[in-house]
Design a protein around this ligand. Structure first.
Ligand code: 5GP
Length: 214
């Protein structure tokens, strides 16, 4: 069985990444969504271990010291990080692992996993983004302002990503994301053994040809 693909999804807060990921897992098989650790306060609708592992600053710093996180970053006054063990286990088991993380963390991941696929999700307009952030009613106006302000910092890094995806229609966005990942599986550099096998078989069709490859 071949190793799964690590998929890094970033995007502005309010772009709907969480909803897109949830729908991707409902609709298609073989994806594993990494659950991050955070020091942010749990929102009422969130569940420990499902949405996040909620930890204190001290506990989080201990995870950093023990090298238990692939990456970590501070985002609007809180720590966020990706547990290493789960990601490695699922990739080894051949599942495609999705990390939904912000831009600083994404660049730490691609340093360690250069073969990762990176996707930036944006809302159709800044106004739609603001409306979604306000509409979900989970953040104070101050936090919404901080998150909107941060879009400029994040937008400057969009061209470091392999793909950009506009989330204007949920189903379309989910299907496109799935197609991107499935196409990545077909890249020749991810299929070296298969390529060699085909070349060997093809060589046999022309026994007279001296082949410098084999
Ligand atoms: P929220 O507080 O809205 O759940 O997330 C805030 C931001 O933190 C989002 O952009 C989200 O993608 C990002 N985030 C969530 N988990 C992680 C993580 O493990 N690492 C990093 N670097 N960012 C994360």
């Amino acid at each position: 069985m071949s190793r799964g693909i690590l998929v890094v999804v970033s995007g502005f807060s309010g772009a709907g990444k969480g909803t897109v990921m949830k729908r991707l897992l409902e609709k298609y098989e073989n994806y594993a969504l990494s659950v991050s650790v955070t020091t942010r306060k749990r929102r009422e609708e969130e569940t420990e271990g499902k949405d996040y592992f909620f930890r204190s600053e001290e506990e989080f710093e201990e995870l950093i010291r023990r090298d238990a996180l692939i990456e970590h970053a501070r985002y609007v006054d809180n720590y966020y990080g990706t547990p290493r063990a789960y990601v490695e286990e699922k990739l080894e088991a051949g599942q495609d692992v999705i990390l939904e993380i912000e831009v600083q963390g994404a660049s730490q991941v691609t340093d360690q996993y250069p073969e990762a696929v990176t996707i930036f999700v944006a809302a159709p307009t800044m106004e739609v983004l603001r409306q979604r952030l306000t509409g979900r009613g989970t953040e104070t106006p101050e936090v919404i302002a901080q998150r909107m302000k941060r879009t400029w910092q994040e937008a400057q890094l969009i061209d470091c990503y392999d793909y950009i995806l506009i989330n204007d229609d949920l189903e379309k966005c989910v299907d496109t994301l799935h197609q991107i990942i499935q196409s990545e599986h077909l890249r020749t550099e991810r299929n070296l053994e298969l390529t060699l096998e085909i070349q060997k078989e093809a060589q046999k069709q022309d026994p007279e040809e001296e082949d410098p490859l084999f």
